[in-house]
Design a binder for this molecule. Structure first.
Ligand code: GDD
Length: 316
């Protein structure tokens, strides 16, 4: 199978590329001049990298024309929620226009058999009331950040392009995912990095945190990439699926679990700059629709995710 991953150099992209290579797929991936290559260094000889600015429609048209992919995993995005408050326009353009360019290229090249997975997000649900949990796909979308709005647009564009043009697009609303290689800005990876730095004596034994009362449903990235491949194998075109473990953690409790993995004494301190203008308080996934459709089940325990993430930062 000829597969294209947008954002192959990133956290999820690199794990997905490894998974697809092990399946015997021919893997192509896009990168930008400023993309970091360390995550994909070990697999560089086995993949085909194509420089492409996804915001540029001509560039994307040439990309799709050249590769003529049979499967596309569209992962490239501005994915950090706080950045979307600082530069909302950049988030909208990166996330919405890039996807639009991709759909237009597939449509205009007439690749009707190409299956496309789009990485939508539980952030689309935003304001969720306690009686609405665990969250089903039918829950209202009430995004609380520009990032959440951009993902709603990506999600609905996926629906519209299937309905209007018959493209085979599967929309996955993934809840929080973590694991080795996770960017240092994201909560558990950030905490794990701070712990590793304190252990090495690179930082005083004070761990800075934001809102510890938010509740998140964490899934290991290795379970998430397996889910994405199943989404394209068994998912219905135009349909939307929640992906998440179904187990929630208060961020403060997840931090306590992480701190059990180190011998050093660490003081936890709130840093007001880590608080958000509006935070999504609870995201708890009901993935039963996806499980029924694809047979997917999360396999990696949360303790292993934390352990592997901490080891990742210790080794850097
Ligand atoms: N980043 C960060 N840093 N978050 C913190 C911190 C901190 O020091 N302290 C507490 N938090 C809280 C945040 O306020 C938020 O409630 C929660 O931890 C998770 O924050 P992030 O890891 O930044 O993730 P997110 O939930 O905002 O968004 C992630 O999940 C989405 C899926 O729901 C991202 O991966 C998105 O790209 C993804 O779509």
């Amino acid at each position: 199978m000829r597969v294209l991953i947008t954002g192959i150099t990133g956290f999820v992209g690199s794990h997905l590329a490894e998974f697809l290579l092990a399946q015997g797929d021919e893997v192509y991936g896009t990168y930008r001049v400023r993309s970091r290559m360390d995550h994909i260094q070990p697999i560089l000889p086995k993949i085909h990298l194509v420089e492409c600015e996804l915001k540029d429609s001509v560039s994307v048209m040439q990309l799709v024309e050249r590769i003529r992919p049979e499967r596309i995993y569209h992962l490239a995005a501005q994915s950090f929620v706080p950045t979307s408050w600082n530069s909302p326009q950049d988030t909208m353009v990166n996330n919405i226009i890039a996807e639009l360019n991709l759909f237009e290229a597939v449509r205009k090249q007439g690749l009707q058999d190409c299956r496309i997975q789009i990485a939508c997000s539980s952030e689309e649900y935003g304001m969720v009331y306690p009686e609405e949990t665990p969250i089903l796909e039918t829950n209202p979308l009430r995004p609380l950040s520009p990032y959440g709005v951009s993902k709603v647009a990506q999600d609905l564009l996926g629906y519209q392009y299937t309905q209007s043009y018959g493209l085979h697009i599967v929309r996955t609303r993934t809840f929080n995912h973590e694991g080795p290689r996770r960017g240092e800005a994201f909560v558990l990876s950030n905490f794990a990095k701070q712990v590793a730095e304190i252990e090495k004596g690179l930082k005083p034994p004070v761990l800075e945190v934001g809102n510890l009362d938010a509740i998140r449903d964490f899934t290991d990235v290795r379970d998430v990439v397996r889910a994405y491949t199943l989404a394209l194998r068994h998912g219905i075109a135009g349909d939307v699926y929640n992906i998440g473990s179904g187990f929630t953690w208060r961020i403060g409790d997840a931090l306590d679990e992480l701190l059990k993995l180190t011998d050093v004494q660490i003081e936890v301190r709130q840093d007001p700059s880590r608080m958000r203008p509006s935070d999504v308080m609870i995201l708890h996934c009901d993935a039963s629709k996806f499980m029924k459709q694809t047979g997917w089940k999360p396999e990696v325990p949360f303790a292993k995710t934390l352990h592997d993430m901490l080891d990742y930062w210790r080794e850097r």
